[in-house]
Design a protein around this ligand. Structure first.
Ligand SMILES: Cc1ncc(COP(=O)(O)O)c(C=O)c1O
Length: 407
């Protein structure tokens, strides 16, 4: 039995299982919560021990250890991604979304266009719009069973629209693409031609399966160096509620400009619990992560076989990274409300509605699979049972699901 097989109680205070959230999002609490991108697994032992040691001191005077955090991140990137970063170019921020928000405000003006590859992590839209910038959508296309970036569309829009930033998601949430070096090189070349900065959200960088390879935008040959990388141990080590994020900006001038803003708002203060947990994760968490990746890939293979053999009506494009699966239900030929009813009320699953990631993706749903295999299998059995049974006769065009959760 694997350590990841253990089924833990999911606390009511976790956002994913909070009854108020569930009621608000899905109209019921009688659902298995597989919607938020966090983990049901116990964190790695060295992280637990480091937190416990700190808690046991019972004294919490001001304490900072940012230098060792950046050293741990730098060493990790050399070891895991063969990427040498300059530890002087990091900036600590409270979270990745905070970092993106600051960068957008620093690198563009009101009304400027920020390009995103849609469908994409829904908080990107909120970040862009709340900053008074304009979302410029670059829809992904499916070719040869893979989501691909549409480079012609990117170039056309950079040429004709007032785009200042490309906000890239790598690995991509929700479709699970891990962009290749060639794709990233192509993107950088186009961005440089039109003097556009690439902000690369790489929070899922370490959740990459054996058949793919992660490349940071920071590893790409780049004459202008108009890039910023965002990262965090949150997704990799299941530290969603206790981790900071960091920015990495190789261009010294830009880095100093952004750092000035971040420090002026004290956004880089951090917490020593977070700092110690981060150091423990990056210096002693590798074995745990390797085991996790094997476990997740086994889960993915099980899902793929089950979907292929038992659920021909559900299309799954196997992800290369992230612990999200992006399910296409369009072959069921149900109305959007009927699909919602089938998934929520009949299969009793709380999945993230595809429309959050792009309004037309109403026939898609994202499922988080960072749970014990037994639980994921149960979810798929419930799904099959609901599909085989067919839509309830009691179905009466239920109300729509609203997105008002900030997670
Ligand atoms: C692509 C992406 N970026 C950022 C976040 C959130 O990061 P943080 O909690 O550090 O702000 C998530 C969480 O799901 C995510 O998927």
């Amino acid at each position: 039995m694997s350590q990841f097989d253990k089924i833990h109680t999911v606390e009511n205070n976790f956002a994913k299982s909070n009854p108020n959230y569930l009621k608000g999002m899905f109209g019921t609490t009688d659902v298995m919560p597989l919607w938020i991108a966090d983990m049901d697994f116990e964190i790695a032992k060295p992280i637990q021990e480091s937190l416990q040691k700190l808690v046991a001191r019972n004294i919490y005077a001001y304490e900072f250890d940012t230098e060792n955090v950046f050293k741990a991140i730098t060493d990790w990137n050399v070891k895991r991604h063969q990427l040498q970063l300059d530890s002087k170019r990091f900036i600590q921020v409270t979270g990745v979304l905070t970092g993106i928000s600051v960068l957008i405000k620093e690198l563009s003006d009101q009304g400027d266009g920020i390009m995103v590859q849609t469908p994409v992590y829904h908080q990107f839209f909120k970040l862009i719009e709340s900053a008074g910038r304009t979302v410029v959508s670059n829809p992904l296309k499916v070719e040869d069973g893979h989501y691909q970036m549409d480079f012609e569309d990117i170039e056309r829009k950079l040429k004709t629209l007032n785009v200042k930033v490309i906000l890239l998601c790598n690995p991509h949430n929700p479709v699970g693409r891990v962009w290749t070096k060639e794709e990233l090189q192509k993107l950088v070349t186009i961005a440089n031609t039109y003097d556009v900065t690439i902000i690369s959200d790489e929070i899922h960088a370490d959740i990459v399966y054996s058949y793919a390879k992660f490349n940071s935008i920071a590893s790409i040959v780049n004459g202008k160096n108009h890039i910023a990388v965002l990262g965090s141990p949150a997704k990799t080590f299941g530290m969603q509620s206790i981790s900071n994020g960091y920015m990495y900006i190789p261009n010294q001038e830009t880095q100093q400009l952004v750092k000035k803003t971040v420090t002026s708002m004290y956004l880089d203060h951090g917490s020593i619990l977070t700092a110690n947990a981060t150091i423990a994760a990056y210096t002693q968490g590798e074995e745990w992560l390797d085991d996790l990746l094997i476990y997740l890939e086994k889960t993915l293979n099980w899902i793929q076989d089950f979907a292929h053999n038992e659920l021909p009506e559900v299309t799954l494009l196997k992800p290369e990274g992230t612990y999200q699966v992006w399910l296409d239900f369009s072959k069921l030929s149900l109305s959007d409300d009927a699909l919602e009813h089938l998934i929520i009320k009949q299969a009793k699953l709380a999945l993230t509605p595809g429309s959050w990631f792009e309004s037309s993706h109403t026939q898609f749903m994202r499922m988080n699979i960072a749970s014990p295999l037994e639980k994921i299998q149960q979810a798929f059995y419930q799904l099959k049972n609901a599909i085989d049974t067919g839509l309830d006769i009691s179905f009466n065009e239920a109300g729509k699901t609203e997105n008002d959760c900030s997670c």
